[in-house]
Design a protein around this ligand. Structure first.
Ligand SMILES: *[C@@H]1O[C@H](CO)[C@@H](O)[C@H](O)[C@H]1NC(C)=O
Length: 764
């Protein structure tokens, strides 16, 4: 949930604790947050143990916030007559933005772009997880107690679809179970009892423990026991270097890499100071994971849980970011093994502004039940304007964030460099970039200069705070006296529009003749053989559900639920389709489209899109394409298609409400058993229209029509087709059947009421 921008706003004040802090100096911190997307929350945790109660003054608006940390000289003293300063710790500002767009936020400026991606309402992917816990002698006491406590909560959080086991190791390797077990309540309870009984003692054989964990996962997979759509994870918790078995770190690293074969993510938690944290980092970096270090004893448990929470909910696999244009270069890591709930992926890159004034991105990923393709298009239009409006906005933020990510990546590469020469080369690039972009790294120092020209080293290799900023890197902008560290993330106001990839269905002009229902429900039935449009209205009440198509043989249902206008107009309350339901029985897929969201349910899992997305979702034979604020197209095997148009009205309109229109081409291959208000016309009835004559209204001639053995009086009029012009519609002429289609439709319109959005029509 927290933005990567946390990197920017963790001020490590501990480095300056030895200073006599002048009131205008570093004891003043101003943080401006500027987010056009809107702030969901902003929070300044108390990291000074109550000493600065009420000192960070927070003013927060919808899109902007200002945090001001300005303790008086007296407040800065640790006690009234002490000279020591209490400004020793971190000022952390946590916030998150309101997110809407599934394809993320693509911010483009000045030749650089930054892409934030943090979708959250997805179903979790089942995980296969092995906990590998160091129980050597050094874990004895508080550390072990805290680990056991954390593990108990962690195990309780496993989902029934997950599979797991626990390995505890010292010089020997023990397992709770030798293979993966599904996380039922009984098994979890058993594992908890096992962990409680562990007595730490002896040495540390990390090599064997990891190889065993990998073996258990691989074997389960080779036996076909793993869900092909699951993810495999190892969580290593250790507090020391190997003392038994393979001791050479590079050899362990090699063994692990060789056995993991790219399909397991290894996460490592290093406890305390005895552990070679760089080794754990290399181990994890190389195997799609991350490492974290925790210090201290008392809150080990909560830190362990926090660490686990980052990986407890896999939402996507194989997430790939593509920027198809050739003038996009220097893209940071754009390929991610997993995406976990609560995190955010950030990708940045360069482009040539002379050649491009917009950036297109295509994200592909696999979720628990669908294959996603999300496209975004970002333009630079409003950004300049936006930046100029706020003096705290940093027009260079895209470049700085790009540099920050690139350096971070280089540091990871450096730690894995195979030769000394390669390492030197990477070091040189890091140094150059950190100087060019003013970013402090473990390889550089930050020097400040006061007015007298004295220089002081302020920070080198700033401390790492596991709860805040992973990666030994710290982004300080101008940390010099008389200039407050300012930061802002001026993302452009929604310049993002999303497009659907492969949207031929949407882009090509729709077939000229379809069956459709628009407002009030006006039905327009096109009869291809007689080449006539026949129209009728259904006047009913809000809440009622009408069956449009019910095809028991192909297992397809389309129903529409009515909503009413805000008030009657000329004594009549108009009704519209506010919600449409599609049920594809053979696929067990239900799709609900309202004027707010588009929700696909498959079995017990659901996936939602909003009308502000442009996206394409494929689930088995069903494909849904959403074109932002316009149309949703559902196709089944490309043989059947349904289009749903969104009609937005002015929000404060006194009478009208948003509504949906549905279009069904007559080429859809329903079975002869298909029925419903529209479905019945898939078998075209014979009609005979004759005796055309002037009507009461000279503009609207009358005629007689013979259909289904009845003779009806019909009136010629115009109806709107909104497919090409969503606002005004285009007029189509049609013959109008009065009395809710009586005589033209089978039976009475009330025969088409169904109880639920996905009910088949019961025929008498
Ligand atoms: C990883 O891939 C290898 C090679 O395809 C396979 O043998 C192994 O079972 C896989 N492991 C897991 C956990 O999927």
């Amino acid at each position: 949930m927290k933005r990567l921008t946390c990197f920017f706003i963790c001020f490590f004040l501990s480095e300056v604790s030895g200073f006599e802090i002048p009131i205008n100096g570093l004891s003043e911190v101003d943080v401006w947050v500027i987010e056009p997307q809107g702030l969901r929350f902003l929070h300044v945790p108390d990291t000074f143990e109550g000493h600065f109660d009420g000192v960070p003054v927070i003013s927060k608006g919808q899109q902007k916030a200002h945090v001001s940390f300005k303790p008086t000289v007296a407040q800065q003293r640790i006690c009234p007559n002490c000279r020591e300063t209490a400004v020793d710790g971190e000022l952390v500002v946590l916030y998150d933005v309101k997110r809407e767009e599934k394809a993320g936020e693509l911010e483009v400026f000045n030749g650089y772009f930054v892409h934030f991606f943090a979708p959250d309402n997805l179903d979790p992917i089942p995980k296969n997880i092995l906990f590998v816990i160091d129980v050597s002698g050094s874990m004895w006491g508080v550390k072990m107690k805290q680990t056991v406590e954390a593990m108990k909560t962690i195990l309780d959080d496993l989902r029934a679809e997950d599979h797991f086991s626990v390995i505890d190791f010292n010089q020997n390797i023990r397992t709770w179970r030798n293979d993966l077990i599904s996380a039922t309540k009984t098994q979890v309870a058993d594992a908890k009892r096992y962990i409680e009984k562990i007595q730490p003692s002896g040495g540390t054989n990390i090599n064997e423990a990891l190889l065993r964990a990998i073996f258990i996962l691989n074997e389960a997979n080779n036996l076909g026991l793993l869900d092909p759509n699951s993810v495999s994870l190892i969580i290593l918790v250790s507090d020391g270097d190997p003392t038994v078995g393979e001791l050479k770190l590079s050899k362990i690293q090699k063994n692990v890499k060789e056995n993991i074969q790219d399909n397991i993510s290894l996460f490592s938690l290093g406890m305390g100071f005895d552990v070679d944290y760089d080794f754990l980092k290399r181990l994890s970096n190389e195997n799609h994971g991350i490492a974290q270090r925790i210090y201290g004893n008392q809150d080990t448990s909560s830190q362990l849980k926090k660490f686990y929470n980052q990986v407890s909910t896999p939402l996507l696999r194989n997430v790939q970011f593509n920027y198809p244009h050739t003038s996009v270069t220097d893209v940071t890591q754009n390929n991610f093994h997993n995406y976990f709930g609560g995190s955010e992926i950030v990708v940045a890159g360069k482009f040539d502004p002379a050649k491009l004034d917009q950036i297109e991105s295509v994200i592909t990923a696999t979720s628990a039940n669908t294959q996603l393709v999300l496209e975004t298009l970002a333009q630079m239009d409003d950004l300049q304007d936006f930046l100029s409006k706020d003096k705290h906005a940093d027009p260079d933020f895209t470049r700085k964030l790009w540099a920050y990510l690139t350096i971070n990546q280089l540091l990871a590469e450096r730690s894995l460099a195979p030769t000394a020469a390669a390492k030197r080369r990477i070091t040189r690039s890091i140094l150059q970039m950190s100087l060019d972009h003013h970013i402090v790294t473990p390889l550089t120092s930050l020097v400040i200069e006061n007015e007298a020209g004295d220089e002081r080293m302020l920070a080198d290799a700033p401390p790492q705070d596991p709860s805040c900023c992973s990666g030994a890197l710290y982004y300080g902008s101008k940390v010099v006296p008389d200039s407050t560290p300012s930061w802002a993330n001026p993302s452009p106001t929604p310049v993002i529009s999303m497009l659907a990839q492969g949207s031929q269905v949407l882009e090509s002009t729709p077939p000229p003749h379809v069956m459709r229902v628009e407002n009030d429900p006006h039905f327009i039935i096109y009869l291809p053989k007689s080449q006539k449009n026949i129209c009728f209205n259904i006047d009913s009440e809000p809440g009622k559900i009408l069956n449009l198509v019910s095809d028991p043989e192909s297992g397809i249902v389309v129903n529409g639920q009515l909503v009413g206008a805000k008030k009657p107009n000329n004594g009549k309350l108009s009704t519209y389709f506010g919600k449409l339901g599609f049920y594809f029985q053979s696929e067990d897929i239900k799709i609900e489209i309202s004027t707010e969201t588009i929700t696909l349910s498959h079995g017990s899992s659901t996936f939602s899109l909003s009308w502000s997305d442009t996206a394409q979702v494929t689930n088995q034979r069903v494909q849904i394409s959403v074109k932002k604020e316009k149309v949703v197209t559902i196709t089944l095997d490309k043989e059947m298609s349904f289009s749903v148009l969104l009609h937005r009205v002015w929000k404060k309109h006194p009478v009208n409400v948003d509504f949906l229109g549905i279009y069904i081409p007559p080429t859809n291959k329903f079975s002869p058993k298909a029925h419903g208000l529209i479905g019945q016309f898939m078998q075209e009835p014979k009609i005979h229209i004759f005796n055309e004559r002037p009507g009461k209204d000279p503009e609207k001639p009358e005629a007689s029509m013979e259909v289904k053995g009845q003779k009806l009086i019909i009136t010629r009029g115009l109806q709107k087709d909104y497919r090409t012009d969503l606002v005004f519609g285009t007029d189509v002429t049609c013959w109008f059947v009065h009395n809710s289609g009586k005589g033209f439709i089978d039976g009475h319109y009330k025969d088409y009421f169904v109880p639920q959005l996905y009910s088949f029509l019961k025929r008498p």
